[in-house]
Design a protein. Structure first.
Length: 443
């Protein structure tokens, strides 16, 4: 007789994570995305449709992309096939399509759900096209990246894009309360007490991600005393489970451009507090500090310009300082430059002047340089009239003399229009005096 009988296979099976166990099984359990699932909204109609369309779910992690695809499959009686773009390739796609085709002949429909569909390259995405068109598969893809950039146009034109939003704090708290109360799928059998303030803190750490919130709740409960049927969850367990907050920032993808855009717009809007916040968001998440420094050099000329001529030297100095010292202290000169540029007077007059001049160049072509502005290093050039009549400004009062510097066809054109901000106010005053003198001379 075996004194130590083997445990049953069921007993040995590890329990799925809380986030998986609490995945909504009906639309009534689904939280958030009211703009898609509310009464009269697009997905409420899809759930009752006989033939669901191919869809791309675009949204942040934990917003319900996979769950919605599951719910659609269940409501429309379609076979649901989960497919990871990270772990599989075109070979596996062909095998799944072949099986879907056989099932189609038997009257069965297949929803092929491709998680992280943006991981597929263009040619891999093209493999879906004929099978979506002929109805062999109903394609549903999930992506955290902007489909406009990551999904090729032919596939995108055959799918409807649904944009999901991060869950609000109260919605995350609702998900957590349900998990604590559910005795079958959740943590209800342990009778865990957790006040609303602590649920809100877990939601804050999760940043709108229901999966992350449930994982944090499960890990926090695991730190409670074992073999205790009732316990009160405290901030100590939550903070221990959370450790350091993970910042969302994917270099080279949309969030990278969103945050650098927010940084530049904060500098341009003269808000040093917002500029420093976005600078910290980038650097703490691992952005290349030299990328940020180069953007500030561009900003100093484009948006500060001659309103504060020291802006460019400060930005260049910060770039050079970072080259010299690197991290961990390199953020200091970058912060110095960011606060200087944010609080400097602003002008994009130099930037606009070039854009106007460049547009003129493209419109008028290669107009000849006036003869009096040309160099005349040879006798032949002098004989042709090169440099003839040129007035040397330093020989005149104020080191300035009126003469035609633009091509004859563009005489009188003005591209640079300085503002009344900062140092440009003096530049404008000076130009106004010179232009008045020019008009008098012309009269």
């Amino acid at each position: 007789m075996d004194l130590f009988p083997a445990e049953s296979d069921a007993a040995r099976q590890p329990r799925p994570p809380l986030a998986e166990r609490m995945r909504p099984q009906t639309l009534d359990e689904f939280v958030g995305q009211e703009h898609l699932v509310g009464e009269g909204r697009f997905l409420s109609a899809v759930l009752t449709a006989e033939q669901p369309p191919s869809l791309i779910f675009w949204g942040p992690p934990g917003s319900g992309k996979t769950t919605l695809a599951h719910l659609i499959a269940g409501a429309t009686r379609c076979r649901f096939v989960f497919f990871s773009a990270v772990l599989s390739g075109v070979k596996e796609v062909r095998e799944l399509v072949a099986e879907a085709r056989e099932r189609k002949h038997r009257g069965e429909r297949t929803i092929l759900f491709v998680d992280e569909i943006h991981r597929f390259n263009r040619s891999q995405q093209d493999a879906f096209l004929p099978h979506v068109e002929d109805g062999t598969i109903i394609l549903m893809g999930a992506t955290t990246e902007n489909p406009s950039f990551e999904i090729n146009a032919p596939l995108l034109s055959r799918c409807k894009v649904l944009t999901l939003k991060p869950l609000r704090g109260d919605q995350v708290s609702s998900v957590l309360r349900r998990a604590l109360a559910d005795r079958e799928r959740g943590l209800g059998d342990r009778r865990i007490a957790c006040d609303e303030a602590l649920l809100a803190e877990i939601g804050d750490w999760a940043e709108g991600d229901a999966r992350r919130a449930l994982n944090l709740l499960e890990q926090s409960v695991a730190l409670c005393p074992p073999n205790v049927d009732e316990c009160a969850l405290t901030e100590r367990e939550v903070r221990e489970a959370a450790q350091q907050r993970v910042l969302i920032f994917d270099k080279g993808r949309e969030e990278h451009y969103n945050i650098i855009s927010a940084f530049i717009k904060s500098l341009r809007g003269s808000d040093p507090d917002a500029a420093i916040y976005w600078l910290a968001r980038m650097l703490e998440a691992g952005e290349d500090p030299l990328f940020v420094a180069r953007r500030m050099v561009i900003f100093a000329s484009e948006d500060v310009g001659n309103a504060d001529p020291q802006g460019l030297p400060v930005a260049v100095a910060a770039l050079q300082a970072f080259h010299a010292i690197g991290m961990p202290e390199g953020w200091i000169p970058l912060s110095h430059a960011a606060t200087y540029l944010a609080t400097a007077p602003k002008s994009n007059a130099s930037y606009l002047a070039y854009r106007k001049a460049a547009a003129e160049v493209h419109e008028t072509g290669s107009l000849p340089v006036p003869l009096h502005l040309r160099n005349a290093p040879t006798k032949l050039m002098k004989a042709e009239g090169y440099a003839e009549g040129y007035r040397y400004p330093h020989n005149y009062p104020g080191h300035r003399v009126e003469q035609q510097y633009l091509p004859e066809r563009l005489a009188g054109r003005r591209y640079y229009d300085p503002t009344d901000e900062g140092h440009e106010r003096e530049i404008r005053r000076r130009l106004d005096v010179w232009r008045d003198e020019s008009e008098k001379d012309g009269a």
